[in-house]
Design a protein around this ligand. Structure first.
Ligand code: ARG
Length: 456
């Protein structure tokens, strides 16, 4: 029996029936559907659209269904068309004829989007929580590594010395933006669609503000056609999650590179790596690779949201039923990805010696060598040339800048003194980069404190 079987005979082609059904996907909205219905029915009773006693009966019936579902004495009937159909059917079985009054002054069009918004509000807050836990794993690890010198890269070519903490904190700052995007997304969707009915409102004297207030929405949506047509919040969330996924994917990529035998900067804990079935020496960073791989799905889901919506005429169209499968997938995938990334960061081992070694062979103090001369009034361009010649000389002899003798330095410029060695010591290079946002230990400690203040 279909909700809409009054005029049509309700018997769909078998394949069409399966094609049309969404309960497999939207069943997870069941408690939001019940919550939305309870608020709606309270309002119907208060406004005298149905009797107060009838409203009471319906609300009790809905509460009962919720209880039974939680106690597993009632199961969602997968033969129903969608979750709204199931809840209404279960209500009528529970309390009889009066249950048929629940759907007065609404439509599944305003109902489904209300349910989805309620669900996303909850999940959004949970994702923010996951983001904060992940962020904490970054700041905690960073605290131990403000003096752990590593190469900072551009073009994946070793450039200048930074600290491991500085590098980690770059991700913590991305994370702060992710949190603020997620908060803004929740705030933007926090308007009630219910009461728009099918598309053109209703002739009943409904009180939408009451329902909005009861369900924790900031206000009602101002136009009933927009209310049932709008999936901006799905596109918005899909985009926010895609940016988070892109950030996680970049860090995954770095973990993969840093843990490779050529770098050996870090070791990912055994809990997050797998071995090879044939090569006994292999330690494969599968979890990092999967986070990187799954980001493609999340970004693909965003694409699906936009393509699905971009040419739909107003107002509701069944295309929109497709919104749930991919947005649920993005929500689930980002949560598990954040959780696993936090776990990997928390249990990471850091190989400080390897990081330092990479700085030495990479001439990461070449800029500081030029800066040394600039501080002695040499123009930067000239200082750069002198430093470049010294680097070339060192490369040819396969030694580090700090291993060249003073005589060699003096051949290039007599401004070089014994103190050049102190100036190009990697520790000095790091310590002196104390400009705001820079890698000097004291400055990174300030960054850590700032992020911690934001996420606590
Ligand atoms: N299952 C539908 C969805 O997810 C509910 C709305 C159906 N409305 C309709 N007029 N067919 O979008």
């Amino acid at each position: 029996m279909k909700l809409w079987s009054g005029m049509l005979d309700g018997s769909l082609d078998k394949d069409a029936e399966i094609f049309n059904s969404s309960i497999k996907i939207d069943k997870r909205l069941v408690f939001d559907d019940i919550t939305g219905s309870i608020a709606h029915v309270k309002m119907l009773g208060k406004q005298g659209i149905i009797g107060e006693d009838e409203a009471d009966k319906i609300i009790k019936g809905l509460n009962k269904i919720e209880e039974k579902l939680k106690a597993k004495t009632l199961e969602i009937d997968m033969a129903c068309e969608d979750i709204h159909t199931f809840v209404e059917g279960a209500l009528i079985s529970e309390i009889g004829e009066v249950g048929k009054k629940m759907h007065t002054a609404r439509s599944r069009n305003d109902q489904v989007t209300t349910d989805l918004k309620l669900y996303i509000k909850k999940e959004g807050l949970e994702i923010i929580n996951y983001l904060k836990i992940y962020s904490k794993s970054l700041t905690n690890l960073a605290k131990n590594h403000t003096e752990t010198i590593m190469p900072g890269y551009t073009h994946l070519q070793a450039a200048q010395p930074v600290s491991f903490a500085h590098h980690l904190m770059a991700y913590a700052f991305m994370n702060l933006r992710d949190i603020s995007r997620m908060e803004a997304c929740i705030k933007r969707l926090n308007e009630l669609p219910l009461g728009a009915c099918a598309l053109a409102g209703t002739t009943y004297d409904i009180d939408r503000d009451f329902v909005a207030n009861d369900l924790g929405f900031e206000r009602v949506m101002g136009n009933s056609m927009d209310a049932v047509s709008d999936r901006d919040y799905v596109m918005d969330l899909a985009s926010v999650l895609s940016i988070i996924a892109a950030h996680l994917s970049r860090l995954s990529e770095e973990l993969i590179i840093w843990s490779s035998p050529a770098y050996k900067f870090i070791e990912i804990d055994d809990k997050f790596i797998t071995g090879s079935s044939i090569m006994p020496q292999k330690k494969n960073p599968d979890m990092a690779e999967l986070i990187r791989g799954k980001s493609a799905r999340i970004i693909g889901n965003m694409n699906q949201a936009f393509v699905m919506m971009k040419a739909l005429p107003l107002s509701y169209a069944k295309d929109m039923q497709e919104d749930k499968e991919f947005i649920f997938d993005s929500i689930d995938t980002i949560k598990i990805s954040l959780k696993i990334m936090a776990g990997q960061i928390k249990s990471l081992s850091v190989n400080k010696e390897k990081m330092l070694e990479a700085c030495k062979v990479g001439f990461l103090n070449a800029t500081d060598l030029a800066d040394y001369l600039v501080k002695k009034q040499v123009a930067f361009r000239d200082a750069h040339h002198i430093a470049a010649r010294l680097v070339k000389y060192a490369i040819e002899r396969n030694i580090a800048l700090e291993d060249l003798d003073l005589e060699t330095y003096k051949k290039e410029s007599d401004l070089f003194q014994e103190d050049v060695y102190e100036a190009i010591d990697l520790k000095t290079c790091l310590k002196n980069r104390k400009s705001q946002g820079g890698p000097a230990p004291e400055e990174v400690l300030r960054q850590i404190a700032y992020v911690e203040g934001k996420i606590s």
